[in-house]
Design a protein around this ligand. Structure first.
Ligand code: ARG
Length: 458
């Protein structure tokens, strides 16, 4: 059914209909559309714009439509342009005259602005809780690995020793910031556009505060032209989703590296790996690779939406219909990535011994050896040079710093004494780094406590 047939003389061309329609994708928010209509008609009746009787009939009709959609009895057939016309047509079909009064004081422009907002608001909450789930898993793994030593890298070169808890804690911080962003976004977006009409409000005495409160918004939006054409919150959501995807991608990249034969730091569970059709020995980290790969399409959605919006004069223009498919895709993609990544993390095996022995190789304690000299009166720049020479010597002899004999140490610098062995042990190197934010177990224990507190926030 067409909502706007009255002014037209020619039948709509099929190609035009197909190009114009959005029911094939906006059917996704049928629930929000019906929820919005229920609030609208409740407000219309309170204001005496429709009768109590009509309101009851409309609410009943909408309830039936929702139930029938959910049971599969009512299908989204192609002749309808969008979810708004679909619901209205079926309502009129079911309850007759009263159904025709639902759209009083409303336009599809404020209707779709509401539906999209309600839908995104729900998804913000879901993505928030999926991210929290992942952080709970991270925290668990952090607590188990406060003293699991591993090399910390810069430029993907071994740099200084850290712990696995510390490394995982870096991701905890990233996802925590993502949750704060979702929270901010919720606060900013939670204002109700319904009642803005096509662009200039309506002449009916609507109670917009009331509609907003029925739908659990903080209040009504304050400019009707902005309200029907604002999709900032969609862009903000896509930007948070892009950040989450980016963080997941970085984490996946590390897991892929750690899972390689060369590193052997972790083993991804069979359930999250796949085999090769030709090479029988292979166990590939496909899930991590896919999570890494999917960041691209989420960024794509963000750039598409920014581009779509940049040329839109006030107020509503049909271009805005393009907000849906790519946003839905980005939401589904990130939700899938979060869930799978959490599953992968909860079943992964960390090979602690491999990590520790890797930290011992590669001179990750060189800075600590230099600090030892500094503590014994050598200027840092000189100490840096001396340890540089020492590393060269070790490479030549194929030895770690702590494997040098006292004679060898003293040949390099007479300042060295027996306590150098303790000073450059992995345990000391990590334990001494105890300022807040550093990997030392004492500092990390405090951080873990704070992380636990943060997980109590909704
Ligand atoms: N399907 C449209 C959208 O998604 C609904 C609004 C239609 N409004 C209009 N004036 N044609 O944006």
């Amino acid at each position: 059914m067409k909502l706007w047939g009255g002014r037209f003389t020619k039948e709509e061309n099929q190609l035009v209909h197909n190009f114009n329609e959005s029911l094939s994708f906006d059917q996704r928010f049928y629930h929000e559309d019906i929820q919005g209509s229920k609030a609208h008609v409740t407000m219309l009746a309170k204001q005496g714009i429709v009768s109590e009787e009509d309101k009851e009939a409309i609410l009943e009709g909408l309830k039936g439509i929702e139930e029938d959609i959910e049971s599969g009895k009512l299908e989204f057939t192609k002749e309808h342009e969008d979810i708004h016309s679909f619901v209205e047509a079926h309502l009129i079909n079911r309850i007759g005259e009263a159904g025709k009064r639902l759209h009083t004081g409303r336009s599809r422009n404020d209707q779709v602005a509401l539906d999209m907002k309600l839908y995104c608001r729900g998804e913000v909450l879901e993505i928030n809780s999926l991210t929290k789930r992942l952080m709970e898993e991270l925290l668990k793994r952090m607590e188990e690995n406060l003293e699991t030593y591993m090399p910390g890298f810069t430029h993907l070169q071994k740099a200084q020793p850290v712990t696995l808890a510390h490394h995982l804690g870096a991701y905890f911080e990233m996802f925590y910031r993502d949750r704060l962003r979702l929270h901010d976004l919720y606060e900013r977006m939670n204002y109700c556009p319904l009642g803005s009409g096509a662009l200039a409000g309506t002449t009916y005495p609507l109670d917009r505060e009331y509609t907003a409160s029925l739908l659990e918004f903080y209040g009504p939006t304050l400019n009707s032209m902005d309200s029907v054409s604002d999709r900032d919150y969609v862009i903000e959501l896509l930007s948070v989703l892009s950040l989450i995807a980016m963080h997941l991608s970085r984490f996946s990249e590390e897991i892929i590296i750690w899972n390689s034969n060369e590193y052997g730091f972790v083993e991804i569970d069979d359930a999250y790996s796949t085999g090769s059709s030709i090479m029988p020995q292979k166990k590939n980290p496909d899930i991590a690779e896919l999570v890494r790969g999917k960041a691209g399409r989420v960024y794509g959605a963000l750039v598409s939406m920014l581009t779509t919006m940049k040329g839109i004069p006030l107020a509503y223009n049909k271009d805005i219909q393009e907000d849906k498919e790519l946003t839905f895709d980005a939401i589904d993609t990130v939700k899938g990535c979060l869930a799978l990544f959490t599953g992968m993390l909860s079943t992964i095996t960390f090979h602690k011994e491999v990590m520790e022995s890797s930290a011992k190789k590669g001179f990750t304690n060189a800075t600590d050896a230099a600090d030892y000299l500094v503590k014994h009166g050598v200027a840092f720049r000189d100490a840096h040079g001396i340890i540089g020479q020492m590393v060269l010597y070790c490479i030549e002899k194929d030895k770690a710093i702590e494997e040098l004999s006292m004679e060898e140490f003293q040949a390099i610098s007479p300042v060295f004494d027996n306590d150098i062995y303790e000073a450059v042990s992995l345990k000391t190197c990590v334990e001494k780094r105890n300022t807040i934010g550093a990997p030392g177990p004492e500092a990390m224990k405090k951080v873990v406590e704070l992380c636990r507190e943060r997980l109590k926030e909704n």
